[in-house]
Design a protein around this ligand. Structure first.
Ligand code: ADP
Ligand code: MG
Length: 693
């Protein structure tokens, strides 16, 4: 019988039980999966070079022989660096690995053996080297090596590149040549959007024509365009359908203007920024409708999002509805609760807090009052979406720092009638990405910080210069300020030589007996954490030594110094979030990034990005560039489908085309009922299952 895309991989010729299990581990369980194992890169072997001709920044591939394989300790840490030295008649070059790609990776080579190296040439301390290049033993019998444009696949233990290419050709033959499948995109559609057939595209992708070397290397070939377009198209069609579906959803309209909100605005000790007012107005407009609001408010740390959220809850209250505010951590829940009490209690609004660590009696009490409608705003962690929690009339659900809450959780708050959703995030997302990831949300941006904030002075220093930094901290505290000192780890770890919160807390206290130092980390009980946080908030603790539990949303305006040890261990957005804890009051604020020994160029680059700007959007762009969209967003949280070839940054123009195509198609045929669209409908059902968002 002919093989189908859904046929188990073990029925493909050449795949035995052992290879089948290797493939399954790599996520390939069917023949169709195998065909979608796309090349990671293409290597143009016509451009063969010798080592002496290499230049910084080139992406090249060349053959050379192994001269040495060795490992050595990395700086003062316990980690090791691996080096494979290659040579040809023209010179030598080192391939460096900061981690072992997989067990046995280096054991594949012997000295004097011929290998092919592919990667980017990097200038480091005056020398050219490769960092984490692809290394392959040169097989004499590899038929692919006589071709000129070679697809390169991700290294897999137990599967040689030559074997993989052979399997792929077999799969292509079975699925695309022997049986000629109908294309799921109808002919008129392919023609309209300039798409080749999927079968032809797949064939070319795995066996590219040499004449198109440049196009394939840069993902501009027609074959790649077809596959990239298709990946985006399913996602966009899914979102466009969801948008359509929502037209029929019911939400409670809140047409009454809020007297309470006006009162609060009048009583604030400061004026709302123009951006806060603008966004609040947008929210009020949404709330008037009888369709649920789905609005994302982006605003840099400290831009005053919380206040906008509180004002929105007052609109709900004035219209007779309850609000819920979900936050990612207990510390934040506690803090928002305090803020809400401070601003709302005097107006006669009832606020309560529901976190995971209330005892049963307290929980029951909150739940009873909630069900009776005696609580207007309930703040809490995910405890808030548990089945047992029922509101009398939930009208508005506010989700703070949404990147930690999936869309699925949003859905769980919906009962027969949907509340309005307001999502707040301090992780600025480049506009292009926001369109995609939050394709179903309207986006507002608070693009203005409250007046009178002084910019944060940021410096990076190496570990050897720590002492003066702490002296500076001492001086600031003596002047009445407070400081944070952040560590990546809680306790001492034998494996990694990192300064850790617990021991450093002790040593800082010892060095500065005149300062009141506190310790906060994730392993403490929540009452302990709250107690420490409160003592810091009221100034009893002057220096707070902490891990990243402090990260999101903590607000102590008197704190003006943020010291981050081992800053190399943190990502860009995390550093930005941490820095956002200072610069919240009237005092000049500082952030010092202390870098450990033996760190990568990338870590230094990250520190420089942070030192160079406080603009969260710029940092987000840089982050996206460094990490790519998948990592940047974290696939699971974002609900992004796992693209196999498409790249949100590189392929943005194709994304825009695919979106337009999806919308146009639904306009023609909203239910995808017409015969030509039958396969699209079926595919969409399959695809939708993998698209969580
Ligand atoms: P975000 O949640 O956006 O990081 P917050 O809502 O926590 O920011 O606000 C940060 C601090 O700024 C809080 O102390 C808040 O009371 C204060 N704040 C909010 N809006 C203004 C404003 N318009 N002017 C001055 N201070 C403000
Ligand atoms: Mg906040």
């Amino acid at each position: 019988m002919a093989l189908q895309p859904t046929t188990d991989i073990q029925y493909l010729k050449g795949v035995g039980p052992k290879l089948a299990s290797v493939l399954r581990r790599r996520g390939v369980s069917t023949v169709g999966d195998l065909i979608e194992w796309y090349p990671r890169a293409y290597e143009d072997r016509r451009a063969a070079r010798n080592i002496a001709s290499l230049e910084d920044g080139q992406v090249v591939s060349l053959e050379a022989s192994v001269q040495a394989i060795r490992s050595m300790p990395l700086g003062k840490s316990h980690r090791r660096i691996y080096e494979v030295v290659l040579a040809d008649s023209s010179g030598r070059i080192a391939c460096k690995y900061f981690r072992v790609p997989y067990k046995g990776y280096f054991e594949r080579f012997a000295v004097h053996e011929r290998v092919r190296v592919a990667g980017k040439v990097t200038l480091y301390r005056g020398r050219l080297e490769f960092h984490h290049p692809d290394l392959q033993v040169v097989y004499d019998d590899d038929p692919a090596t006589v071709d000129q444009l070679i697809p390169i696949y991700t290294e897999t233990e137990g599967l040689s590149p030559a074997k993989l290419r052979k399997l792929l050709q077999a799969a292509i033959h079975e699925l695309l040549v022997t049986t000629r499948p109908e294309d799921m995109l109808p002919g008129w559609f392919r023609e309209k959007y300039g798409l080749m057939t999927r079968a032809e595209a797949l064939k070319q992708i795995h066996k590219p024509p040499s004449a198109e070397a440049a196009e394939f290397t840069h993902y501009r070939s027609r074959a790649q365009r077809r596959i990239i377009f298709e990946e985006f198209f399913w996602m966009e069609l899914h979102m466009a359908r969801r948008r359509l579906g929502r037209r029929n959803e019911q939400a409670p309209p809140m047409p009454k203007p809020s007297g309470l909100a006006e009162t609060l605005i009048a009583r604030l000790p400061f004026r709302l920024t123009g951006a806060q007012l603008k966004v609040f107005k947008e929210i009020q407009n949404d709330l008037r409708e009888d369709r649920p609001m789905h609005r994302l408010v982006q605003g840099d740390v400290g831009s005053g999002k919380t206040l906008v959220a509180l004002l929105s809850s007052l609109v709900a209250k004035d219209n007779g509805f309850q609000s819920a505010m979900m936050v990612p951590t207990e510390i934040l829940a506690e803090q928002h609760f305090k803020t809400a009490e401070k601003f709302l209690q005097p107006l006669g609004v009832n606020v309560a807090c529901l976190t995971g660590d209330l005892n049963t009696r307290e929980r029951d009490d909150v739940q009873a009052r909630l069900a009776a409608g005696q609580i207007d705003l309930l703040i809490g962690t995910h405890a808030l979406i548990e089945e047992s929690v029922s509101f009398r009339q939930l009208g508005l659900a506010i989700i703070d720092e949404q990147h930690r809450f999936g869309v699925e959780q949003r859905m769980r708050l919906k009962k027969n009638i949907s509340p309005h959703f307001l999502v707040m995030t301090a992780t600025p997302i480049p506009r292009t990405l926001a369109m995609t990831v939050y394709g179903d949300l309207d986006v507002s941006v608070i693009d203005e910080l409250p007046a009178g904030r002084s910019p944060i002075v940021t410096r990076r220093v190496f570990s050897s210069k720590r002492d003066p930094v702490f002296q500076f901290m001492h001086d600031q505290v003596i002047e009445g300020r407070q400081a944070y000192v952040i560590y990546p780890l809680v306790e001492e770890s034998e494996k990694i030589d990192l300064k850790n919160a617990v021991t450093e807390f002790e040593s800082i206290q010892k060095r500065f007996p005149d300062l009141r130092v506190g310790l906060l980390h994730g392993k403490m009980k929540s009452e302990e954490k709250d107690a420490v946080m409160n003592r810091f908030r009221i100034g009893e603790i002057q220096v707070l030594v902490s891990t990243t539990v402090i990260e999101v949303g903590v607000d102590v305006p008197n704190a003006n110094l943020m010291i981050i040890e081992h800053a190399e261990r943190f990502g860009l957005s995390q550093l930005h979030q941490l820095r956002g804890r200072v610069g919240r009051g009237a005092h000049k604020s500082y952030c010092v990034l202390i870098l450990g020994y033996a760190i990568s160029d990338e870590a230094i680059h990250r520190a420089d990005v942070i030192a160079g700007t406080t603009d969260g959007f710029k940092i987000a762009e840089a982050d996206l560039e460094i990490r790519g969209p998948g990592e940047f967003l974290g696939r699971r949280q974002s609900g992004l489908p796992g693209f196999k070839m498409a790249n949100l940054v590189r392929d943005l123009p194709i994304l825009q085309e695919a979106r337009a195509a999806a919308r146009e198609l639904l306009e023609r045929d909203p239910d995808l009922r017409q015969t030509g669209q039958k396969m699209i409908r079926e595919m969409l059902d399959v695809q939708s299952k993998s698209i969580v968002g």
